[in-house]
Design a protein around this ligand. Structure first.
Ligand SMILES: [Zn+2]
Length: 189
């Protein structure tokens, strides 16, 4: 299933899909960058995006949406609004992912995990581990953009597949061409 709108064009128009020469948080270089907060900051864009993720999992009857702080909080809340469920989020406490603020999951919960941009899938795996430990049923993983092949052992649906091309600095064609490197710093802002 694809989104019922041209998501790539919408993201480009909002400056969420950048083309250039970027330093990734991994230290590698890439010619494209997803500036996810250009999606998350705009309710008129996030609303239909979250609605499309919710629609993809409505038949699974989730009872709660779980996401990872910080970007996932806004997306999770908006998906939950469409599904009429609770939304809780995982955050780090002394570096350890955990449910704080009295958030809880129990064995009768049916959990949809959502993430804005899935690249390596590390933060999704951290959330899934907490869901599994609670005894709740994981019904799926929904994402806005998927940048790599990931297998979470459960049905995963992304609205847009945008495979990441990245290079070691020593092998980067744009470095070789002398193009200036930009640091969009999504994890540092
Ligand atoms: Zn480079």
């Amino acid at each position: 299933m694809t989104a019922p709108f041209d998501l790539a064009a919408m993201l480009e128009r909002r400056g969420a899909l950048l083309e250039g020469h970027f330093l990734l948080s991994s230290g590698r270089h890439s010619d494209r960058f997803v500036q996810k907060f250009r999606i998350l900051e705009e309710p008129s864009l996030l609303g239909p995006v979250a609605g499309a993720i919710a629609a993809a999992f409505a038949a699974d009857r989730p009872s709660v949406v779980v996401s990872a702080a910080v970007g996932g909080i806004v997306l999770g809340y908006e998906v939950a609004r469409h599904l009429e469920t609770r939304a809780v989020f995982v955050e780090k406490e002394r570096g350890v992912p955990t449910l704080r603020r009295g958030f809880s999951l129990n064995e009768s919960d049916r959990v949809l995990v959502v993430e804005d941009v899935v690249t390596t899938g590390t933060s999704v795996r951290e959330v899934i581990e907490i869901v599994r430990a609670s005894g709740a049923t994981l019904v799926g993983v929904g994402a806005i953009v998927r940048r790599g092949a990931v297998d979470f052992g459960v049905r995963t649906h992304a609205l847009l597949d945008l495979p990441l091309r990245s290079y070691d600095a020593a092998e980067c064609p744009q470095c070789a061409a002398g193009e200036p490197l930009h640091d969009p710093g999504s994890r540092r802002v």
